[in-house]
Design a protein around this ligand. Structure first.
Ligand code: FAD
Ligand code: SF4
Length: 483
């Protein structure tokens, strides 16, 4: 069925049906149903087909959004898939978990003119899920195989995107990851209710069928040396993400029952995947029946509160030192959390974790804050309000305060790898680090960021790696070969 475009006046913006909060509190299934074909076409036909598509400008992978929306409206789904997958290696993942309100949809002219953005992410998810159902998603078959190999350290979205792009160019690609599953934070960080693990697993399977060789449970710097990898491959891409959790620095922070967000989320994700998780089975990492306080206001905090709700916590509170307008987490996720029964305590900061004589956490003493004028970074700074302390009872406290990079040069035994003052790897405009032939992408370069930015970096690094290897091979053709 073909439709006219620019139907934003007749048709209100709509997301696919969302399961009711009562139903979704009980399980870890994704909360949005799929668009029906008619709904997807109707929503796509709302696009104004702007001369300058701000949605595309604000999409980190520069998706050709207006064109694939038109194709969906005209019922040309296979073409829409070909176009959308030309710029994005994981479109169905981005369609699900990009914070669209801050990216493509936030920039949509219809949003700016109060008509409500085209629901771009939901259409992108619809296109690619349909492509999988129809068998249009095919493994990579390079036009010609190249002898040179590239080693990728880290199998998260940055590493996965680069692996696929490098295979398209015919390189032999080997991915090393310290986890037992490929996907990085897509598997062990982000909960199933946002991104079903099956969605990630079928991509990993596709990459395997595309000829990518995965080495699981191989920690570079421990299981294998970085120097050996450099000898083995013509180029290396480091896409190791950021995993050093920022911790509470207040009295009582070491009490039993205080956990880091990733410890908590990894246990929950592993349990959901059917792994044996002793600390979940013995109840320590399970929020069931507990009063839970999560400290932080980012996407990680939102995932923790919503996980605790689903595990059957008695109460779930989120403590954040700024207000709702100034929190880093996606507003859509905050709204979902509120619907699911999470209580937000805005403008409040932890002063101490309280515990009993057995060192078991009993609560959090917090202090009210007010926001000062914005600092140089543009964010309002919270200031404590004297004498405003209050106590929140808790059996479990989860720290979701953000992540810093690990000491990659130290872990890799490669002091020549230059880092920024934040500890992220320093790269030049071609994504090459200070060590020739070693490139970097994703969170380890940007600091904690987004899946779609990791994909963009992985794609950009591929082009740079290709240029580097071509230059090296023409200078010394027999320099490095695939093993
Ligand atoms: C809880 C949580 C929720 C999030 N929610 C969202 C969201 O909704 N939307 C969004 O866009 N982004 C979200 N993010 C951010 C997003 O997940 C990251 O920006 C993205 O995964 C970064 O990709 P990456 O490839 O750089 O690193 P990662 O995904 O972290 O992958 C890095 C991989 O490197 C491996 N590795 C590390 N060191 C070594 C080593 N020495 N040897 C071998 N392997 C190694 C790790 O095991 C891991 O598999 C979230 C993050 C968290 C923590
Ligand atoms: S990749 Fe993300 S930002 Fe780009 S169109 Fe898709 S949902 Fe929007």
């Amino acid at each position: 069925m073909s439709r006219d475009m620019q139907r934003f006046v007749q048709l209100p913006a709509a997301l696919p049906p969302k399961r009711g909060a009562n139903s979704r509190r009980k399980d870890f299934a994704e909360i949005y149903d799929a668009f029906a074909t008619t709904e997807a076409g109707d929503q796509a036909s709302r696009c104004a087909q702007c001369g300058i598509p701000f949605c595309q400008v604000h999409c980190p992978v520069q998706n050709n959004i207006p064109d694939w929306l038109k194709m969906v409206a005209e019922g040309r789904l296979e073409e829409a898939y070909a176009l959308s997958s030309a710029t994005n290696n994981l479109p169905e993942v981005c369609g699900r978990i990009c914070p669209q309100d801050r990216l493509c949809e936030g920039a949509c002219v219809l949003e700016q003119s109060q008509h409500g953005s085209v629901t771009i992410g939901a259409v992108e998810k619809y296109i690619t899920d349909t492509a999988w159902e129809q068998g249009w998603v095919k493994p990579v078959t390079p036009e010609r195989e190249r002898a040179e190999s590239v080693g990728i350290v880290g199998g998260g979205p940055g590493g996965m995107a680069a692996a696929e792009e490098l295979r398209k160019l015919g390189y032999q690609v080997e991915v090393y990851d310290r986890y037992d599953r490929i996907g990085g934070l897509l598997v062990y960080g982000i909960p199933n209710f946002k991104l079903d693990k099956v969605v990630v697993a079928r991509r990993v399977d596709l990459l395997t069928r595309s000829g990518v060789k995965f080495h699981r449970q191989v920690e570079v710097g421990k299981t294998v040396s970085f120097a050996d990898l450099r000898r083995k491959h013509a180029a290396i891409l480091v896409a190791t993400g950021v995993y050093k959790a920022r911790e509470l620095a207040c009295p009582g922070a070491g009490a039993a029952g205080v956990f880091r967000a990733m410890t908590y989320l990894t246990a929950s994700n592993r349990h959901g995947l059917g792994d044996k998780v002793p600390a979940f089975a013995d109840g320590s990492l399970n929020a069931a029946g507990k009063h839970v306080v999560v400290i932080g206001g980012g996407d990680t905090a939102m995932d923790c509160v919503r996980t605790a709700v689903r595990q059957g916590a008695k109460s779930v509170k989120c403590l954040y030192r700024r207000d709702r307008e100034n929190m880093p987490g996606s507003q859509r996720e905050v709204a979902n959390a509120v619907e699911e029964g999470v209580e937000f305590i805005w403008l409040s900061a932890p002063e101490a974790v309280l515990h009993d004589s057995d060192n078991q956490v009993t609560g959090v003493r917090a202090i009210r804050t007010r926001l000062s004028t914005a600092d140089a970074s543009g964010r309002a700074k919270p200031e404590d309000i004297d004498g405003s302390q209050f106590i929140i009872p808790a059996d479990m406290v989860i720290e979701a305060l953000g992540f810093d990079p690990e000491d990659v040069p130290g872990l890799f035994g490669e002091p020549g790898l230059a880092v920024t003052r934040w500890g992220t790897l320093r790269v030049d405009e071609s994504k090459m680090t200070s060590v020739p032939g070693v490139f970097a992408a994703g969170d380890i370069v940007r600091g904690a960021s987004l899946v779609v930015w990791a994909i963009r970096d992985g794609r950009d690094a591929t082009a740079a790696i290709h240029n580097y290897i071509q230059a090296q091979t023409s200078a010394a053709p027999s320099l490095k070969k695939a093993s």
